[in-house]
Write a protein that binds this ligand. Structure first.
Ligand code: HEC
Ligand code: HEC
Length: 368
């Protein structure tokens, strides 16, 4: 019998199995040990939305990565169980399948590893360990039969690896391109962007130098270089104390502290950025270049959610990430960040350009 569910799976399967991507994006990388299947994707979709994997039974992945908000929560920093807040802004899950590392500091190498963290983070899911989550799954007959069908395992053998694989497979279908920019730039439709947006693109690749980190390639654009830069956000809060903060972090890491928990619960440690992963002092305050796709929908901005609007972002870059030229912060600042001297209209045009990066398919991912 063809159920509504299996029909939805088949329809979804047609495009996801061929990892074909929308205009402006490369093929979706699919790891060999976790091939896409329609049933697995559907299972991942369900797991992504299951609020039972949290201490108060109210928090799922979708709480902080909601389809209605372009897979973010539109909060400066996320709220987990019991409304506890963390230290960082939730990045979108859209197109995270292309990221070479996950999280603002790149501490996880793949989506599979990433998805194991939130349920057991004390300011996110709040579970003491993964056992209660697996317990919920093993007692749910629908889950048990789906895990059997997808992974060939009995209830007792369902592990976090299976859960993570299914969630990652779902995330690899949350892909969005086809924006007005893509039609204009890759599709040759010269009227897909407004004149202001076209001027904004020129500034983005020219005077603004945005493209040096938010990359546009010959045939596709991820708007990230997958690298880490200190652009001057949040760093001021540990400035002058960065050596002590770094030393305290290393000490607690050596004593066995979990990095995921440390950076999301302690504001000063969060500001260490990439340093938390590499322990390289030159990377204190460096964060991953985020994509700019669908950026109009994912306010507020930056790893700490400190900039409210795209206009604020452009003003920030215009000032070169510092208050004055001799600001000592510049010793840590990425070389690419310098005052831009933009005129009022140029700033407006840059903002308009970023609005051309919104995809049409934002509400079409989940089929739960
Ligand atoms: C309480 C809110 C919250 C919950 C629940 C949550 N996330 Fe997140 N998510 C965040 C925040 C905040 C970050 C950034 C953390 C950091 O960089 O240190 C993040 C980062 C991510 C990233 C990395 C994106 C990138 O570009 O690096 C992915 C993918 C992701 N989450 C998926 C998930 C999945 C899957 C779940 C469920 C298993 C989940 N999240 C649950 C708030 C949340
Ligand atoms: C040196 C590399 C670099 C350059 C140049 C650069 N960016 Fe960024 N951009 C980043 C990094 C890194 C972040 C995240 C910083 C953080 O949160 O600490 C970021 C964040 C952003 C964000 C917020 C994204 C989000 O999801 O919160 C926007 C918008 C943005 N940049 C637009 C621009 C524009 C417009 C320009 C040109 C005027 C530009 N960037 C130039 C590296 C760069």
């Amino acid at each position: 019998m063809l159920t509504k569910l299996s029909l939805a799976c088949m329809l979804a399967g047609a495009s996801v199995l061929t990892n074909a991507a929308p205009l402006g994006l490369p093929p979706v990388p699919i790891p060999e040990n976790n091939p896409q299947t329609p049933e697995k994707i559907h299972l991942g979709d369900k797991l992504f939305h299951d609020t039972r994997f949290s201490a108060d039974g109210k928090v799922s992945c979708a709480t902080c990565h909601s389809q209605d908000m372009a897979f973010t929560d539109n909060l400066p920093v996320s709220k987990g169980f019991n409304d506890l807040t963390g230290t960082r802004n939730a990045p979108t899950v859209i197109n995270s399948a292309y990221m070479k590392t996950l999280f603002w500091d790149g501490r996880e190498p793949d989506l599979e590893g990433q998805s194991k963290q939130p349920p057991v983070n004390p300011v996110e899911g709040g579970l003491p360990n993964h056992a209660p989550l697996l317990e919920v799954i093993r007692k749910d007959s629908e889950y048990v039969s789906t895990f059997k069908a997808v992974f060939g395992v009995g209830a007792g053998d369902i592990s976090m690896d299976h859960v993570a694989k299914a969630i990652a497979s779902f995330e690899r279908t949350v892909i969005a391109g086809d924006s007005p920019f893509d039609s204009y730039y890759f599709g040759g439709e010269k009227d897909a962007m407004t004149p202001a947006q076209i001027r904004g693109l020129e500034l983005f690749v020219g005077k603004g130098r945005c493209v040096s980190c938010h990359r546009i390639e010959q045939t596709q654009a991820l708007f990230t270089d997958n690298r880490f830069h200190n652009i001057g956000i949040g760093f001021k809060t540990i400035q002058g104390k960065e050596q002590q903060t770094a030393a305290a972090f290393i000490k607690s890491k050596r004593e066995g502290a979990d990095v995921d928990i440390t950076v999301l619960t302690r504001k000063s440690m969060s500001e260490l950025g990439r340093f938390a992963v590499t322990e390289n002092v030159t990377e204190v305050g460096a964060f991953k270049t985020p994509t700019l796709r669908n950026i109009e929908k994912t306010a507020p901005y930056m790893h700490d959610g400190s900039l409210e609007t795209l206009k604020d972002v452009v003003n920030f870059y215009d000032k070169g990430g510092r208050e004055k030229d001799e600001d000592p912060l510049s010793g840590f600042l990425s070389g690419g960040i310098r005052p831009l001297d933009l005129r009022a209209r140029e700033k407006e045009d840059l903002v308009e350009f970023m609005k051309a990066l919104t995809s049409p398919q934002l509400d079409q991912f989940t089929q739960r």
